[in-house]
Design a protein around this ligand. Structure first.
Ligand code: GLY
Ligand code: MN
Ligand code: MN
Length: 440
């Protein structure tokens, strides 16, 4: 796709936002640069809402979308950094307002240094300001300051906005349904992450450190042009897999243990999110095999429910039914499947939900319930399906299960016919994993 076609997509998203602002003005800032120490900065990552509407990846930028300006027309405005040849020698290219307006299809553009001067003019006689309320308190204060500046002019007959609305209410719903361009990017992010998991399996051996495997993941992400991991990779050998957010990745891998890897990359802003669990030395033990097959069956049952017309909670419930039956068969829980689910006894071994929306953010925008009911799945929605099982030492648990943590996670698109698994090339069947590791 050409640059021109890409920027048209962003313009059309702003048009769609405009269509939903019956009146008023939306003001959305990108993320600030963040210092890591003194004058060293973290790699820059734009704000997801801002990027979704602009495709503009420089820091210090603000998008303003006006439903009706003083001439009665809609207007799409960008504030951004000015050209600065001195700074560009040190930090690299910046568009500057004129080129940015042209390239990114805005109606007008101003230097960011003029924001405080121009915003009170743009807010004059607007009724509602749509912004991300409470996302950044300094930003809330800045907006209030501009509104106060307008209010100072009331004796000249100028009205100040009297309503604040959260623009995310509109944008979350737009972001929930991925368009074809987003799907192209997400399929690519998924493919890179699947390759990274294969690479990790091929490189895993007893006595390596978890961080050595993390390095293989990062190697594959960057080699294929992903900008960064989409979140800090979890590389958890043995008992570490029972710590859900384990990110230290600094333990030596032991023969006979499982290795749980939860890692995905970010490609042009879009996340992939995959978990695989496999034996450090290449073959599952009997008890590992039983538990792994249980989690895999729960995941398969959950994925089958990812279809138009089903609801958000169906994959979770389908996974719970399989897991509860398995926990009962293995003697980990007592009673019927219904009783184990009703009493939530399964939570001793499975304490998280089975997925989340996926997109620009790894836990992406979008409501899970509407009017109190789990929302219906529709084509274009993209979610993860990630059941697991985590068994910590406990008196009432046979000790051959202790310290086993397993999760299997894929990224699944709802399609008109059913679903598409974007991450299907990351091996997960027991035979497939053992064969791939045997080939090492
Ligand atoms: N990697 C984050 C998650 O699975 O939700
Ligand atoms: Mn996930
Ligand atoms: Mn994950």
């Amino acid at each position: 796709m050409s640059n021109k076609e890409q920027t048209q997509i962003y313009r059309e998203r702003r048009d769609r936002l405009l269509g939903q602002l019956t009146h008023g003005i939306a003001v959305i800032a990108t993320s600030p640069m963040r210092a890591r120490n003194r004058d060293s900065y973290y790699p820059y990552r734009f704000d997801s809402y801002f990027y979704y509407l602009t495709g503009f990846d420089e820091p210090e930028a603000v998008l303003v979308v006006v439903a009706e300006n003083s001439q009665g027309k809609s207007e799409q405005i960008l504030f951004c950094r000015e050209k600065n040849l001195e700074r560009e020698i040190w930090d690299g290219f910046r568009y500057g307002p004129d080129a940015a307006r042209e390239q990114f299809k805005f109606d007008s553009a101003y230097p960011i240094s003029e924001l405080d001067e121009v915003m009170p003019k743009l807010l004059a006689n607007q009724s509602t300001v749509y912004t991300m309320i409470g996302h950044d308190l300094a930003w809330d204060t800045q907006i209030t300051g501009w509104i106060n500046r307008v209010r100072e002019q009331t004796r000249s007959g100028i009205a100040a906005p009297d309503m604040l609305a959260d623009v995310r209410k509109i944008l979350d719903e737009m972001r929930l349904f991925k368009d074809e361009y987003e799907l192209t990017l997400m399929r690519h992010a998924a493919k890179i992450a699947a390759d990274a998991h294969r690479r990790a399996m091929k490189h895993t051996r007893p006595h390596l450190f978890e961080y050595e495997i993390e390095a293989e993941l990062i190697h594959e992400f960057r080699r294929q042009g992903a900008m960064a991991p989409a979140y800090t990779s979890i590389v958890a050998g043995g008992r570490n897999a029972c710590v859900l957010h384990y990110i230290e990745n600094n333990t030596r891998l032991q023969a006979g243990d499982l290795l749980l890897i939860d890692a995905g990359c970010e490609y042009d802003g879009y996340a992939s999110d995959i978990t695989r669990t496999f034996p450090v030395s290449g073959r599952f033990t009997t008890v590992q095999r039983d538990l792994y097959q249980l989690v895999l069956s729960a995941q398969q049952a959950a994925i089958e429910t990812v279809q138009p017309g089903r609801t958000w909670n169906d994959p979770h419930h389908a996974a719970l039914v399989v897991l509860a039956q398995g926990f009962s068969d293995l003697g980990l829980c007592q009673g019927s499947v219904e009783a184990i689910i009703e009493s939530e006894d399964y939570k001793r071994f499975y304490m998280h939900r089975t997925g989340h929306w996926l997109g620009l953010d790894v836990h992406d925008a979008g409501e899970y319930k509407q009017a109190g009911a789990w929302r219906e799945l529709k084509p274009g929605m993209l979610l993860t399906v990630e059941p697991g099982c985590y068994i910590r030492p406990a008196d009432n648990v046979p000790n051959h299960f202790w310290n086993i943590g397993i999760r299997v996670e894929d990224d699944v698109l709802v399609t008109p016919q059913g679903n598409e698994i974007l991450t299907a090339t990351a091996p997960k069947a027991i035979m497939e994993i053992e064969e791939l590791m045997y080939e090492r």
